[in-house]
Every structure is written in structure tokens, then in C-alpha cells.
Design a protein around this ligand. Structure first.
Ligand SMILES: Cc1cc2nc3c(=O)[nH]c(=O)nc-3n(C[C@H](O)[C@H](O)[C@H](O)COP(=O)(O)OP(=O)(O)OC[C@H]3O[C@@H](n4cnc5c(N)ncnc54)[C@H](O)[C@@H]3O)c2cc1C
Length: 244
């Protein structure tokens, strides 16, 4: 790791240093192998040729978690990841404790699931903000649409570069705990379906919120499978996978 910056009160940006090849492969979504904080000797798994993770037997002190490379730079050997500091969980705890020299590993990357379209709907919470940042930054300048981003409050907003025709709307929970608000579902429910079929919706947030938005998009908007990607990025009250 090369640097740690607190970009907002609850988001910590970590720049990981890696070989060029590893930096190129680690994203846009990245499977992180997160060592338990304070464990002097985590036992790292192997990654088989087919990408399968081969865990050592017994307690090993390493947890697998999905994150997003907000930025990847193969030339500089850097991968930038924004961790939401939600307090609990191996990954959030690792980021909260991280300083220069801290170790973490990546076990491969995958796509974001977005698709170019004339009209885009992006809807997500702070865990989806790195992906939304990437999608907006690479969208064609002619793209139109709406980006809905749910965050705790105004202090959690981040600058976004978006095509002129995409309206960015910040939704503030203002005291409602993360995972308990209906802001995203309500905001989507208030949108009229754009005309035509050249549209794509990308949705990522707490699982229940995503289910509600997905139902609206499939039902009222009539979006087919190739017109949307809606997945839960975390589950309220439940770890995404067992801690190692
Ligand atoms: C493809 C993908 C990309 C992702 N990209 C990012 C990213 O770039 N940045 C990012 O911060 N997250 C991202 N996430 C979400 C992240 O993987 C989860 O938040 C994960 O649960 C964090 O792991 P953990 O070890 O900290 O907590 P876990 O051990 O999984 O959970 C422990 C507890 O924390 C709670 N919890 C988990 N996440 C949150 C949260 N955001 N707010 C409040 N409570 C929470 C759980 O409900 C549980 O009770 C992504 C998820 C996916 C699937």
C-alpha cells in the first residue's frame, strides 16, 4: 500500500501498490483477500490456475471481500480503493487500521456489469460510488440520464465527472442508518420511464434496497435482462462471507 486518505468522514481511500500486471488485472471489481487486523501471521490462500481460491485448512485469518478499483494504473502499478468505514467486518476494520506498508491481496477482478446506452440510470449507495464514478467518467459525452447516490449526508458527497446530459442527485439519509432507508427505491419510483429501449439501469446498494429498485425496473419500466444490472453490494446485519 502506498497511501491512505480520508476523502469523507466515512470513506477511506487506499492506494495499493502492485506489479503492473496485478494492477491491470485487479478490477474494475476486485476480490480482496483481507488479513485479520492484528494477526501476526495470516495464512494466505493459493489461487489456482483457473482462478479458484484454495484455502488452507482451519482458521487462516484471511477474509474474501468484493471491492471496486476506483482507479487502476498499470504503468504506475497502482490500484485505488475507497473503503466505507462502517465499523464492523474484516474489510472495514482493515481499512480503518491501515497505514503505509499494510498488506492486502487481490485474487482477481471482474467487470462492473454496466453497458453503454443512450439513457442511463445509475442508482447506488456509498459502496457503489466508486463504480458509479467509473461508469460516469467513461460514458459517452452524448449520454443522458440520472445518477442517484444515497449517502449519509452532504459531507459524504464527492465530486463526480459526468456527461452534461446526466443529472447527478445526492440523496441524504440524514440520520437513518445505512441499509434502512427507502431513498433509492422512492427516487426511482418517482422517475418516469424514458421513451424507447436504448436505456440501461445499473443498481448496487444494500440488498433489500436493490430488490425494491429491481422490481420497479422489471415491472413498471419493463426492462429486460440485458437492460439492467442490479446486485446487492452488502446485506444489513449479515457478513458477505464468513470471516477467515
Ligand atoms: C462487486 C462489489 C463491489 C463493491 N465495492 C465496494 C467498494 O468499492 N467500497 C466499499 O466500501 N464497499 C464495496 N462493496 C461492498 C462490500 O463488499 C461490503 O460492504 C462488505 O460487506 C464489506 O465487508 P466487511 O468485511 O467490512 O463487512 P462484513 O463482514 O461483510 O459485514 C459485517 C457487518 O457489517 C455490515 N455492513 C457491511 N457493509 C456495510 C456498509 N456499507 N454500511 C453499513 N454496514 C455494513 C453488515 O451488514 C454486517 O453486519 C462492494 C461489494 C460488491 C459485491
Amino acid at each position: 500500500m502506498t497511501s491512505v486518505t480520508d476523502v469523507t468522514p466515512s470513506v477511506r481511500r487506499v492506494v495499493l501498490s502492485a506489479t503492473s500486471a496485478a494492477a491491470a488485472a485487479a478490477g474494475p471489481t476486485v476480490s480482496l483477500l483481507v488479513p485479520r487486523v492484528g494477526d501476526p501471521a495470516p495464512r494466505w490462500p493459493d489461487v489456482a490456475r483457473d482462478g479458484r481460491i484454495v484455502w488452507p485448512p482451519g482458521s487462516h485469518g484471511v477474509s474474501l471481500r468484493s471491492y471496486t478499483a476506483r482507479r487502476q494504473d498499470a504503468d504506475r502499478g497502482e490500484v485505488e480503493i475507497d473503503f466505507v468505514l462502517h465499523g464492523d467486518g474484516p474489510a472495514a476494520a482493515w481499512a480503518a487500521a491501515a497505514g503505509p506498508g499494510a498488506m492486502i491481496a487481490a485474487a482477481g477482478g471482474g467487470p462492473l456489469g454496466d453497458r453503454p446506452a443512450g439513457w442511463l440510470l445509475l442508482a447506488g449507495d456509498e459502496t457503489a460510488l466508486p463504480a458509479i464514478t467509473r461508469i460516469l467518467a467513461t460514458a459517452a459525452p452524448s449520454t443522458r440520464g440520472v445518477a442517484l447516490v444515497e449517502v449519509a449526508d452532504a459531507a459524504e458527497e464527492q465530486p463526480l465527472t459526468a456527461p452534461e446530459g446526466v443529472q447527478v442527485r445526492w440523496l441524504h439519509r440524514d440520520g437513518t442508518p445505512p441499509g434502512e432507508s427507502t431513498l433509492l427505491a422512492d427516487a426511482v419510483a418517482a422517475l418516469d420511464r424514458p421513451a424507447g429501449d436504448d436505456l440501461f439501469a445499473w443498481v448496487a446498494a444494500e440488498s433489500a434496497a436493490v430488490r425494491a429498485v429491481r422490481a420497479d425496473l422489471r415491472g413498471r419500466w419493463g426492462l429486460g435482462r440485458v437492460q439492467h444490472h442490479a446486485i446487492g453490494y452488502w446485506r444489513r446485519g449479515r457478513a458477505m462471507a464468513p470471516a477467515g
